[in-house]
Design a binder for this molecule. Sequence first.
Ligand code: GLA
Length: 327
Amino acid sequence: MGWNSWNKFAGKVDDSAVRNIADAMVSSGMKQAGYVYVNIDDTWEGPRDAQGNITSNLKFPDMKALADYVHAKGLKIGIYSSPGPKTCAGYEGSYGHEEQDAKTFAAWGIDYLKYDWCSASRIYKNEEMRAVYQKMGDALKKPGRPMVYSLCQYGIDDVWKWGATVGGNLWRTTGDISDNWRSLERIGFRQFDIAQFGAPGHWNDPDMLEIGNGGMSADEYRTHMSLWALLAAPLLAGNDLREMSDETKSILTNAEVIAVDQDADGKPVKRISDSAASEVVAVRPLRAGSFAVGLFNRGEPTQGDQCEVGLTRHHGKGLARARSLET
Ligand code: GLA
């Protein structure tokens, strides 16, 4: 659980934004709710120095000092790179400098690396992808600083089948999410068939949260959170934590929904409704013999009181209610 800069800030992320977000993570109650990682996405990278060491650009004058600041708040810090020569936004990637960069990240105090395929597709064939991700997976182990390893290659080559073997702790299963219902629906409801590949230590990642970014209704954002929780997906908030509405905060910090997401057994969710139907019923076994049940109505007409009564009776406030069930 944590936050990532990309969805809201994209190229505008800088040192002061990251510090402010770390402050807000604590003051808003997000840290208390379980969010830990403050992850800098693309556009922090500067040129390499004469020895080939990666540097940060002018937006990030001192990465080590920034990491110290984030750590002093009791939080952890993440960074981003690519196995290719350039990142997706055209900044310096780790190609040919994998071990050197892993060492630099460790020396800065980094706790998490998102490693994004991007321009690697110009250098390598898809068949070489596993070895390429393995290379950084091995490099991250050498400096002796534990780092979460996040694979970002959009689900190519069924990454869920091999992501853990190259050291991955999470792997993106899809292309990029955007802040609208179509995108959320297309990504979120296509994850059920691969749920079995997630387990404690290595998870399917259907991309970061858009909750609070303004492009969807509160019901749609509740659906986002509920669905990601059922999927045991990483919860990486993607909004500006400095200016959250109470509604956004209550969705992101809903303790019962988070408990479903973070259930220690990490058992996979199963869709039990007909896969062609617009109603989705999904069940996830939890520790201690209980179950989380998700009821989602993706159709236009209201699907009635019966569902709501069922949800209320058996699960109380356990899951934020799905879209039109609210009405
Ligand atoms: C890709 C990734 C995104 C983000 C951008 C940054 O599109 O999938 O999550 O990291 O690159 O350039």
